[in-house]
Design a protein around this ligand. Structure first.
Ligand code: SAH
Length: 457
């Protein structure tokens, strides 16, 4: 065994010098890094070494010897155990600086473009209770059906009633639904042998409309006694306009299955962004922080700088929210999205808002954009909003070959953003500015909007 400067179960004093991208404090013992939960830069701590590995180890705080001025009281100990909010002990202003710094770091280390301006992260006035959607696991604990959240890195359910970062109306709805499920002895799902029935309760609420959707995700199509459960939910939560059951019989961590059974009302709820209406179905992506979504989309609008004559592509368009927001200032919008249900939602949303200059197509952005271009499309502005893994290489190539005037890059992962900016820069673009927007307070997630334009040589 190699000799590390520390070994498991050692109790030592350390000083925290940094925070990792996932919010762990970093201490160094003879250059050997230790990662420590619930530890902030500047703090002096007595810690116990939990684990040592080849190039780093983990430790646990025993005593705080000197606390950071940026430390704030936590809402709930359970909340730390489930890891939903790894930055909850850090003052909100410092969370925002941390996020700006993270983007600066990757622009320096990954993109090797330290000169690109990163603006200060735009935060929320009240950085709690923001989420418009909850996906809550259901399990049996001490012989009772419980809702809560899994302990970090595990599937042990910790019963919880308050989630603090969700719309409080959603937290209250989950508890009411839990009680109705108990009343009718619905069987909670048992993961170890794939038995039982109710796996998750998903609730979505329109921020501006108050309309609520309840999705009961079950292992089997049978959910007894549904004729009593539905009226009870409607009576307990009058805002509910949609109750759907989703069947997922597989042994999997994926929450949703394929089969949807409508139990009450509509298959969709409506919400608004700016002055536009959007209908959202159970499995479609919809931004989870409605207040910051408008801040972010406003930035997209500003960077797109439309005059009414432009051809715009909205790649990774979901239910069409960005494209439809831009349509009123564009000549024509083409949306591309891989989930067919979301494309149907997008088409429907265009109609709902009497928008006639937007069309949506189902398929992979990296396959469809080259096809559209082959067929003669010459976009002036391309908005991309990819998942965490960033842009596919093929899509980057198509952008470089097509040379739209502007690329507006909405990103939920600074590391892949930096990688893609480097590639686009090699392909003749210049990153003008990056604006991080805090869509996920108390967490380490970082959303940002970047403007790239054709470089003038
Ligand atoms: N712009 C939308 C959605 C962003 S989320 C909004 O602001 O609400 C990213 C979307 O990309 C999801 O809807 C996902 O289904 C879709 N997606 C993921 N990979 C894709 C790909 N390769 N091609 C097209 N769409 C993709």
């Amino acid at each position: 065994m190699k000799n590390y400067p520390v070994k498991k179960n050692d109790v030592i004093e350390v000083e925290i010098i940094d925070l990792t991208h996932d919010g762990l404090g970093v201490a160094k013992v003879d250059h050997y890094p230790l990662f420590i939960e619930n530890a902030l830069p500047g703090e002096k701590l007595e810690i116990k070494v939990l684990k040592t590995g080849k190039s780093f180890g983990y430790g646990k705080v025993l005593t705080v010897l000197k606390s950071s001025e940026q430390r704030v009281p936590v809402k709930d100990e359970n909340f730390t155990k489930v890891g939903i909010s790894p930055l909850q002990h850090l003052a909100y202003g410092a969370q925002l600086s941390f996020k700006t710094q993270q983007v600066e770091n990757v622009m320096q280390r990954v993109a090797k473009l330290p000169e690109v301006p990163v603006l200060p992260t735009i935060g929320m006035n009240d950085p709690w209770h923001y989420r418009n959607k909850a996906q809550i696991p259901v399990r049996k604990i001490d012989n009772q059906l419980q809702t809560g959240f899994f302990r970090k890195n595990s599937h042990d359910l910790i019963p919880m009633e308050h989630f603090y970062i969700q719309d409080p109306e959603i937290d209250a709805a989950i508890v009411k639904i839990r009680d109705i499920m108990r009343k009718y002895s619905v069987k909670p799902y048992n993961e170890s042998d794939n038995t039982g029935n109710l796996r998750h309760i998903v609730v979505r609420r329109g921020y501006h409309t108050g309309e609520m959707m309840v999705v009961l995700i079950t292992r089997t199509p049978k959910l007894f006694p549904i004729s009593k459960i539905v009226p009870d939910i409607l009576e307990a939560i009058p805002e509910v306009v949609s109750i759907v059951q989703n069947v997922n019989s597989k042994r999997t961590n994926v929450i949703f299955g394929d089969e949807i059974i409508l139990l009450h009302g509509s298959e969709k709820i409506t919400d608004t962004i700016f002055d536009l209406k959007f209908e959202i179905s159970a499995r479609s992506f919809y931004q989870v922080n409605p207040q910051q979504t408008e801040v972010m989309y406003q930035k997209v609008k500003e960077y797109a700088a439309l005059t009414g004559n432009e051809i715009v592509v909205d790649a990774y368009c979901g239910i069409g929210t960005i494209g439809l927001t831009l349509a009123q200032d564009a000549k024509q919008v083409y949306g591309i999205e891989v989930i067919e249900e979301a494309v149907k939602d997008a088409e429907n949303n265009a109609k709902l808002n009497n928008i006639e200059n937007a069309t949506f197509t189902a398929g992979l952005a990296e396959e469809l954009l080259p096809k559209l271009v082959e067929n003669g499309l010459q976009p002036d502005v391309v908005v991309v909003d990819p998942p965490r893994k960033g842009l596919d290489g093929q899509l980057v190539n198509t952008l470089i070959e097509t040379q739209p005037e502007r690329i507006v890059y909405v990103s939920c992962n600074p590391a892949t953003l930096a990688r893609d900016i480097a590639l686009l820069t090699e392909g003749g673009y210049e990153a003008k500015e990056i604006q991080p927007v805090d869509n996920f307070p108390q967490t380490t997630h970082i959303e940002s909007v970047t403007l790239l334009t054709k470089a003038v040589d």
